[in-house]
Design a protein around this ligand. Structure first.
Ligand code: CDV
Length: 310
């Protein structure tokens, strides 16, 4: 038995601050064509795929940042993605900054099926960084200033022959992200990331260690929930800021089966058999048989770690 979904991960190279959305969308459309030419069912783009990673820029008046946000999806500039997907018969998932009609700002990802219907929307829950300008940092990471935490939870959708979920960048570091989707039977998790190659608060940490963190959390999420994970980077040097590459496709054993080789626009493709999720879901990670929720209360009731008194 095999339920094959051919997945393309479309890594973006750097997007400079003054690169227009139209030029960016043209790059994404080109990668969508490459994915379709390899008969992919779905192409996954990165977090905030339409612009440079703007949360590195501080602006006192937050409303001045609204130009980085999309008020419509599809909108005038993003319509070519939907038109091309329809023509080529390919689904896609893409991250962007969302400004809602009632004025809310989210870091959002959508899932679009082959008929170009938006079947799923996810809004980033774990927002890293800080609200105010922090002079001790070599660069700023102001996601907490410009976005609200997502208000949709971690839903999954039955579409394209499987159970699909999404999360965004920092979410991948939290086992809760994957487990909540695992508890809904997720078979494929799609995510994009913009991750600095180095840590401005920990100068000695190597790029290799940070790449290890990047991969290990996706590999653990895949294995512990018996699902496929696709992680798609925005990579390379944006306005002097280095973002790590390492886009990958991970199987339900937690093994990386496809890995990007460059720091630029690059498409990697793998035939994912969703039935490969079945064995672990029925044995080691048969949640119904083995989970002990009576001991997990702290996870959903306490935020900070509270060690015992000295
Ligand atoms: N875009 C992100 O969420 N980036 C974070 C960085 C700031 C650590 C990440 O977890 O990769």
């Amino acid at each position: 038995m095999a339920r094959i979904v051919k997945i393309a991960a479309a890594q973006s190279g750097p997007i400079q601050k003054d690169e227009g959305r139209q030029a960016v969308v043209a790059r994404l459309v080109e990668m969508m064509r490459q994915a379709a030419s390899q008969e992919s069912d779905i192409v996954v783009f990165t977090e905030l795929a339409l612009t440079t990673f703007f949360p590195r820029y501080y602006e006192e008046d937050r409303s001045k940042m609204d130009g980085w946000f999309e008020t419509d999806m599809p909108g005038g500039v993003t319509q070519p993605l939907f038109d091309t997907a329809k023509k080529l018969g390919i689904g896609f998932s893409i991250g962007y900054a969302e400004l809602t009609p009632d004025g809310h700002h989210f870091n959002t990802q959508i899932l679009v099926d082959k008929s170009v219907t938006i079947v799923g929307k996810y809004r980033k829950v774990h927002l890293p960084g800080h609200v105010e300008y922090e002079p001790e940092r070599t660069w700023q990471h102001l996601e907490k200033r410009y976005f609200e935490p997502g208000d949709l939870g971690f839903p999954v959708w039955r579409t394209m022959g499987g159970v699909m979920g999404m999360c965004i960048c920092n979410d991948r570091r939290w086992p809760e992200t994957f487990r909540v989707m695992g508890l809904q039977g997720v078979e494929l998790v799609m995510l994009g990331y913009n991750t600095p190659t180095l840590n401005s608060l920990k100068p000695g940490e190597t790029a290799k260690t940070r790449m290890h963190h990047n991969h290990i959390c996706m590999q653990a999420g895949a294995y512990q929930n018996a699902c496929w994970v696709v992680g798609v980077a925005k990579a390379g040097n944006e306005d002097g800021n280095d973002l790590m590459a390492g886009s990958c496709i991970v199987n339900p054993n937690g093994e990386i089966v496809a890995l990007a080789e460059t720091c630029g626009d690059e498409v990697i493709v793998f035939e994912c058999d969703l039935d490969e999720c079945v064995f672990l879901k029925k044995t080691t990670f048969n949640f119904e048989a083995h989970r002990r929720t009576e001991h997990y209360g702290l996870i959903a009731t306490q935020t900070a770690a509270i060690p015992p008194p000295e």
